[in-house]
Design a protein. Structure first.
Length: 345
């Protein structure tokens, strides 16, 4: 009889572990629930480490960094890793882990549930079972395993508040389908003998700001004066266009060497800042475009890029520091974005 694969489960809570409080709203509870999954120990040898039981709306960069460090520290002792997480910010954590743990050769699988595991008909039983199976399979990247899909983590978005298929990766087909058997697709990153390089620092002083049509408020002008601001991701219209009245504020950001990345708020397609004058004027100020990065991935990549730059290049200042941050931002990591040539097609 072959030895069961060793899987480390890191538990951060989320809906799967919540119960109704005195006012009826869901709150984290301390009850153990992983043992409720039928026959789970027949498919893997499990080690469970509870980190925090929290609503993922309160997820922090600090806890994401702890998760990355724990996976890196225990990398050689396990065949795969499962992170139990709330659904609201699961895609953000998946993206963050893909930046902090580069050159992965094993699967890091995020999962959770739309219903508490103590409720009737909980989807978490299924999600946990298939996530442990996925963590032992031929994958070498961060994925979300949820409903009947395995998705690339840094390409995923939460698209459904109520349905059991809560996540989708609009720009990349699913990496696997869950059913009677688990079917993995050829465009996945495969398991390998590589060992991840840890980039453990995320800079939390980053903001995402989608543009507002019809507003005459110069939000970027005010934003540039925010003390401690380290980076901005801007959600542009269409191919990345920004309102003309925001250009003075954008210039102010760039003059202060605060990195700004423009992404599209469309579900499909990519930024092409030179296509329209309204996008080109932003490009002329020195911002960079995030091609088809999702908002979650773009924000976490900004946190990673600023954090990595300041950790590895503490003496850099001004434009040199800004250029180094942009180098990290625009380099594809774990297939998180389209290449420039492909995005322009």
């Amino acid at each position: 009889m072959s030895q069961l694969p060793r899987i480390l489960i890191l538990d951060t809570g989320g809906t799967i572990s919540q119960t109704a409080g005195t006012d009826g709203s869901l709150i984290p509870c301390s009850t153990e629930y992983i043992e409720m999954v039928p026959r789970l120990h027949e498919i893997a040898s499990l080690e469970v480490k509870r980190l925090q039981r929290m609503d993922s709306s309160d997820m922090t960069a600090a806890l994401r960094m702890e998760i990355a460090r724990l996976i890196h520290k225990n990398y050689d002792s396990f065949e795969g890793f499962v992170v139990i997480h709330g659904t609201d910010t699961m895609a953000d954590t998946a993206a963050a882990l893909s930046y902090m743990l580069q050159n992965l050769g094993k699967p890091v699988v995020l999962t959770g549930a739309q219903l508490p595991i103590f409720a009737p008909g909980p989807d978490g039983l299924n999600n946990l079972y298939y996530s442990v199976r996925t963590a032992s399979m031929d994958l070498g990247e961060v994925v979300i395993c949820f409903g009947d899909r395995i998705l690339r983590g840094n390409r995923s978005i939460k698209e459904n508040v109520h349905g059991f298929n809560a996540f989708h990766s609009i720009r990349v087909p699913a990496l696997g389908e869950l059913g009677v058997s688990v079917q993995l697709q050829d465009h996945r990153i495969r398991r390998s003998d590589s060992r991840p390089v840890l980039h453990p620092r995320l800079e939390p002083s980053v903001l995402y700001l989608p543009m507002t049509s019809g507003s005459d408020l110069s939000v970027l002008d005010a934003l540039a004066d925010v003390e401690g601001l380290k980076g901005v991701v801007l959600g542009g219209f269409g191919s990345g266009n920004l309102p003309t009245h925001e250009m003075p504020g954008l210039k102010k950001l760039m003059d202060r060497h605060i990195p700004a990345l423009v992404i599209t708020t469309c579900l499909k397609g990519s930024t092409i800042l030179h296509l329209y004058a309204t996008g080109k004027q932003a490009s002329d100020q020195g911002v960079r475009e995030g091609l088809d990065l999702t908002p979650a991935a773009a924000v976490q990549k900004m946190m990673y890029a600023v954090g990595r730059c300041d950790a590895e290049n503490p003496d850099l200042t001004g434009k040199e520091r800004l250029d180094k941050i942009f180098d990290y931002l625009t380099a594809p990591v774990a297939l998180d974005m389209a290449e420039m040539s492909a995005a322009a097609e």
